[in-house]
Ligand binder design. Structure first.
Ligand code: DNO
Length: 350
């Protein structure tokens, strides 16, 4: 596996000089953040990220994400133009050494949490989604600004988008995803890039918006839409794992054996009785996921893709981007390294 770390570019409070000090760290996961979805990424920006990484002994070979414009997800008439831009961005990334591009197909909003700094009994804070906080919210009437959401939409824009997605529905979203893959996968194949779709987080519909990258049946359907290693998964354990229906180690084993996982996001979550969830430390004992079984499945299937510790808690007084501080993600990386070493050595003996 190739150990990687997400870095938000020059403005990230976590410097590459610190990231390189994490044992076994190899790759940087980044993106061009100052360009709107649907626009071409300047080559200078990609060149700068690559140079910054190399100066720090790291490799820039994973992009997270090239965002998919809503008009593509909605199948609007201008989508061909936008798909051409998307393809051009894949080509440009490849030119600067990128081998894996992450994206998602979630309508309107990316990941959803109700609080970013929930304090645990040990004094650490983490991201949580509590149903009793979410139930009272209505994006159409409230001025909600949940973390991870694009705050630039006006209330009217949100209303219009919700209406458009209601008309598209789940099956329409599948059709639009198929159309997207038909345009994008051949470009990725041509330039040696694996596209890695991130599951919906959480993996069920919210506020009536359709969500389709959610469970085994749908992941199977998605992989069949373009039967190519360039159409692969970014298997996020915490996103799939916050719904009880998903047996994450079994999913990892299945898709790793098929060589359809390009990128692993590893983190732990604790599912509460009412289906709410809390992000927890990576260690299996801290949450609902058996992280050892997840890594064992990867090792036994000979996984050689990218792995990154995903969201960490805020600990030791660190402040910064919730989920993306240095300390707890570094602890996650050390734990992941330990599990890989143990599973690889046990495999050799067995
Ligand atoms: C959250 C991330 C997601 C992810 C996108 C991929 O921290 O895992 O925002 O980057 O969904 O497109």
């Amino acid at each position: 596996m190739k150990l990687s770390f997400r870095w938000y570019g020059a403005g990230d409070p976590v410097p590459l000089a610190y990231i390189r000090q994490i044992p076994g760290m190899r790759s940087v996961v980044s993106a061009v953040y100052d360009v709107k979805p649907g626009q071409v990424w300047p080559e200078e920006s990609l060149a700068r990220i690559k140079a910054d990484c190399e100066e720090n002994g790291l490799v820039f070979d994973v992009v997270e994400s090239i965002p998919v414009p809503e008009d593509i997800k909605l199948g609007r008439p201008n989508r061909d133009e936008l798909l051409a831009v998307y393809g051009e961005n894949i080509r440009r990334c490849a030119r600067y050494g990128v081998k894996c591009v992450t994206y998602n197909f979630m309508p309107v909003f990316d990941w959803t949490r109700t609080q970013l700094d929930k304090k645990a009994s040990d004094g650490s804070t983490s991201l949580v989604m509590y149903w009793d906080q979410l139930r009272d919210l209505d994006p159409l009437t409230d001025d909600i600004n949940l973390p991870g959401w694009d705050a630039s939409y006006t209330r009217d824009e949100i209303k219009a988008l919700f209406a458009a997605y209601a008309a598209v529905g789940e099956e329409g979203l599948w059709e639009n995803l198929a159309y997207f893959l038909k345009a994008v996968i051949p470009v990725a194949e041509e330039c040696g890039v694996r596209m890695a779709i991130h599951p919906d987080d959480p993996p069920y519909p919210l506020f009536g918006l359709p969500r389709i990258v959610t469970c085994e049946e749908n992941l199977d359907r998605l992989l069949k839409l373009a039967d190519s290693p360039a159409n692969s998964l970014c298997l996020c354990t915490g996103s799939l794992g916050c719904a009880r229906m998903n047996d994450v180690p079994a999913l990892v084993r299945k898709y790793a054996a098929m060589d359809r996982i390009a990128f692993m996001h590893i983190r732990n979550v604790k599912i509460m009785e009412d289906g709410s969830f809390e992000e927890r430390a990576h260690l299996s004992a801290c949450g609902s996921l058996d992280v050892y079984e997840i890594v064992r499945a990867l090792v036994e299937c000979g996984f050689d893709g990218y792995v990154r510790p995903d969201h960490g808690r805020m600990i030791w007084g660190e402040t910064g981007k919730p989920g993306y501080g240095l300390y707890d993600r570094a602890l996650g990386a050390a734990y992941i390294n330990g599990l890989f070493e143990a599973c690889e050595k046990a495999g050799r003996k067995g």
